[in-house]
Design a protein around this ligand. Structure first.
Ligand code: IPE
Ligand code: IPE
Ligand code: MG
Length: 249
């Protein structure tokens, strides 16, 4: 595999466009989701090979419950099947899987399966694969805030102890670096309540490619676009260049 400069440590993806992919082919929406799982497999493999540390995938948002019952049922079934089929291969490929989101709304069977696959892959020290299911960025912040409020009520912390790090540490993504690169397929240009707090300084990349068509080549295009950007974090361009030079010495 050719070398790409400046690989992001953490890539976060809103996998959008499954329904439109299916419609274009005159197939039921479900077929788009099914094909989407294949795209997930290819992207996970590529991220592993590229030594990306962390890949976060938005699989089901807290707003997606508004969809027709039939589609939700199909999505849950597909999620279950993917976990069953991929568990061993994730472990074999040294991928650690973690699901974030409010899992209490899922069936007992699915919750048990999630626990089982997380357990099976917990010792992997390769790619960290985060799948967001019934996740919402605002939900994550609300939960974190509630946890902190409780510790203050219990007298363990004082209001002055509430700092950025404390909030970050209480989010579901605790311990992970913030995303460097955000990708959204399917042409829409919005975040749709994904990792809101964590993406304060993430580079955003939007593509019209529909998720089932997003492959290794498309991922590399996104990474190469990312590598050409200058991340300034509030500094001037000259300061960033000087910092880079100093770091090389
Ligand atoms: C994304 O594809 C998958 C989920 C939200 C589960 P969509 O199902 O949103 O596809 P479009 O946007 O209708 O094409
Ligand atoms: C965002 O896609 C959520 C996932 C990909 C799981 P949607 O298709 O649900 O987003 P909106 O509703 O168009 O913003
Ligand atoms: Mg969509």
């Amino acid at each position: 595999m050719e070398t790409i400069q400046n690989i992001p440590r953490h890539i976060a993806i809103v996998m959008d466009g499954n329904g439109r992919w299916a419609r274009k082919k005159h197939r039921p929406r479900f077929m788009g989701h099914k094909k989407g799982v294949e795209a997930v497999r290819e992207i996970v493999k590529t991220c592993s090979l590229l030594k990306v540390e962390c890949l976060s995938l938005f699989a089901f948002s807290s707003e997606n419950w508004k969809r027709p019952e039939e589609e939700i049922k199909n999505l849950m079934g597909l999620f279950m099947m993917a976990l069953e089929r991929e568990a061993r291969s994730l472990a074999r490929n040294n991928v650690r899987l973690q699901i974030i989101g409010d899992l209490s709304h899922f069936s007992e069977k699915l919750q048990a399966k999630i626990k089982q696959v997380e357990e099976l892959t917990k010792d992997s020290d390769g790619l960290r694969l985060i799948v967001a299911a019934n996740y919402g960025g605002r939900w994550d912040i609300v939960e974190s805030t509630r946890d902190i409020a409780r510790t203050i009520e219990a007298g363990v912390l004082r209001p002055d102890d509430v700092k950025e790090d404390l909030i970050s540490d209480n989010l579901t993504t605790t311990g992970l670096p913030d995303p460097d690169l955000f990708i959204r397929t399917g042409g829409e240009k919005r975040i749709s309540n994904f990792l809101l707090w964590q993406m304060a300084y993430t580079e955003l990349y939007f593509t019209d490619v529909l998720w089932p068509d997003f492959d290794e080549a498309e991922l590399k295009k996104a990474i190469s676009d990312y590598s050409s950007r200058q991340r300034r974090f509030g500094k001037t361009s000259e300061q960033v260049i000087a910092d880079k030079k100093a770091a090389k010495k």
